[in-house]
Design a protein around this ligand. Structure first.
Ligand code: DGL
Length: 270
């Protein structure tokens, strides 16, 4: 009964951690495609091919349900995967919808027409590919009206995190927040629309100031997975092993993961 958690690299570990806390008995297989990170500067076709390959590997590991704990893959590849690639006995879910449901004060699966919500000015921080896809704005428009979204592509932040360079990551976060504030001086809420960014959440909050509510996905995704598995227990896969797979150098990736998650994590070769 294992579930797969996929990301281009280390970012999905933020979601993995929250799932583990919420569902401690559920075996999880993590796949980080560090050899090909960052995805955020790749084409949609490229992201689709890489995400399908990783998902297939997780299916082989007995995970019938795979969470794309990567906004870039969720934005650029998920819809096409669901239409063309995912067989009826498997599921692939993304990380956008739980976040937008929280922002728009909706319950899981509430498909009622879009309505006015409290938050009117939202800052979105994401990778260049996620921003270019406009997937966030599209999903939001299905659920809310009158929300002004200003999106900031945060080039370089994922690379700095993957390289373990926290100082550079923080400097880039500060400059991306400043760039956004020049266009939207007073956001009420900020969305960390990349699963790597919660690793720099304090830097985002510092740069945004204490009055801005920062939404990140990890706990929201964990909660909606718990709900999903309760309704669809057949998608707890046959796998029983917990593990961390990488396409990168396992020793190097384990060191970086341990640095950011502040606990020992051992990756093996995918
Ligand atoms: N964690 C991925 C996301 O949520 C990062 C994508 C990348 O590799 O650029 O978008």
């Amino acid at each position: 009964m294992a579930v797969g958690v996929f990301d281009s690299g280390l970012g999905g570990l933020t979601v993995h951690k929250a799932i583990q806390e919420r569902l401690p008995d559920l075996p999880l297989v993590y796949f980080g495609d560090s050899a090909h990170a960052p995805y955020g500067v790749r084409t949609a076709d490229d992201i689709y091919e890489l995400t399908c390959a990783a998902t297939e590997r997780l299916w082989q590991a007995g995970c019938d349900l795979v969470i794309l704990a990567c906004n870039t893959a969720s934005a650029a590849a998920l819809r096409r995967m669901q239409e063309k690639f995912v067989p009826a006995d498997k599921r692939v879910l993304g990380v956008f919808v739980p976040l937008i449901e929280a922002l728009t004060e909706r319950q899981w699966g509430d498909n009622s027409p879009p309505r006015e919500v409290t938050v009117k000015h939202v800052a979105l921080f994401a990778t260049p590919a996620t921003v270019a896809s406009r997937a966030f704005q599209r999903e939001l428009a299905f659920r809310a009206i009158g929300v002004d979204v200003e999106a900031q592509p945060c080039g370089g932040v994922v690379d700095a995190i993957e390289d373990g360079d926290e100082i550079l990551a923080e400097a880039l976060v500060t400059s991306h927040v400043e760039a956004l504030k020049r266009r939207m001086p007073h956001p009420e809420a900020a969305i960390l629309g990349c699963t790597h960014y919660p690793l720099m959440q304090d830097a985002f909050q510092r740069a945004l100031g204490p009055d801005v509510t920062v939404y990140s996905q990890a706990s929201l995704v964990a909660e909606s997975l718990a709900d999903y598995l309760q309704r669809r227990p057949e998608f707890r896969g046959s796998g029983t092993e917990t593990g961390f797979l990488t396409t990168g150098d396992p020793a190097r990736v384990s060191t970086k993961a341990t640095q950011f998650l502040r606990r020992r994590i051992n990756f093996t070769a995918a």
